[in-house]
Design a protein around this ligand. Structure first.
Ligand SMILES: Nc1ncnc2c1ncn2[C@@H]1O[C@H](COP(=O)(O)OP(=O)(O)OP(=O)(O)O)[C@@H](O)[C@H]1O
Ligand SMILES: [Mg+2]
Length: 226
């Protein structure tokens, strides 16, 4: 299986006043194409910090990270920007749709930013996921579950090889959580590596592999061992 992300000896600390808060320490991790991995762990254990680093939103860390076989330290800022737009889809922990644009416009945004002809269309995605009825609505006029799913379709728009989701089922009821998890599984089935953080143990178990964040590290265990 080809590795999408390979990380060794990852460290991350925040400085607060004169104090250093160590969040990640000697962390190793990898994920392959088509794999769905979930991460669980207490609040404040560093899950979002970890996702932000992998998603190229934070480049202050120690250790080695390879994305799609390329060392991050060898890439300049513009290469990273293209990589992020083209190959990485990010679903954020908190509502992130742009309020002044419709759902469809939000979903099309990554393709417009990338420029050129990005295969597929936002409307096709909405149709495929049974959401075409909300295409022309604004974020304030749809439900929380629909917002989460629209944010996920936006993350999928450019056909990313890596889909990162931070608490995609947060605040959703069981039915809507199930729908989102089905979407994530489908994305993995289509070949993406899917990495999800969740506080919901039932959601975590839907993944192929469940990892626990604690003490600055990720520890493994087979799925169902949550
Ligand atoms: N920008 C920052 N500056 C200083 N400390 C930070 C910063 N961002 C996060 N932290 C600290 O780093 C630790 C890890 O935060 P992080 O957001 O990664 O946790 P988390 O596991 O995602 O938690 P949650 O489950 O609540 O989302 C926490 O102690 C947090 O206070
Ligand atoms: Mg978090």
């Amino acid at each position: 299986m080809d590795k999408i992300v390979e990380i060794s000896g990852l460290g991350k600390a925040y400085t607060q006043g004169h104090e250093q808060i160590i969040v990640l320490e000697e962390l190793d991790f990898s994920i392959s194409r088509g794999e769905f991995v979930s991460i669980v762990g207490p609040s404040g254990s560093g899950k979002s910090t970890f996702l932000n680093i992998i998603g190229l939103l934070d480049d202050v860390y120690s250790g080695e990270i390879k994305l799609f076989g390329r060392k991050l330290e060898d890439l300049d800022e513009s290469e990273k920007a293209v990589l992020r737009l083209k190959n990485i889809g990010f679903v954020f922990q908190f509502d992130s749709l742009l309020p002044e644009f419709t759902v469809l416009e939000n979903i099309e945004m990554p393709a417009r930013l990338l420029g050129g002809d990005v295969p597929g269309s936002g409307l096709d995605l909405l149709k495929r996921f049974g959401l075409e009825v909300i295409a022309d609505k604004f974020p304030m006029d749809i439900s929380g579950g629909e917002k989460q799913r629209a944010a996920m379709l936006r993350a999928l728009r450019n056909g990313p090889a890596l889909l990162i989701a931070d608490e995609p089922t947060g605040n959703l009821d069981r039915h809507n959580s199930g729908v989102i998890l089905d979407d994530l599984k489908r994305a993995a089935g289509l070949g993406a590596a899917v990495l999800m953080v969740t506080h919901n143990e039932e959601a975590a178990r839907r993944a192929d592999r469940v990892l626990r964040m604690g003490g600055g590290k990720l520890s493994g265990g087979p799925a169902n061992a949550v």
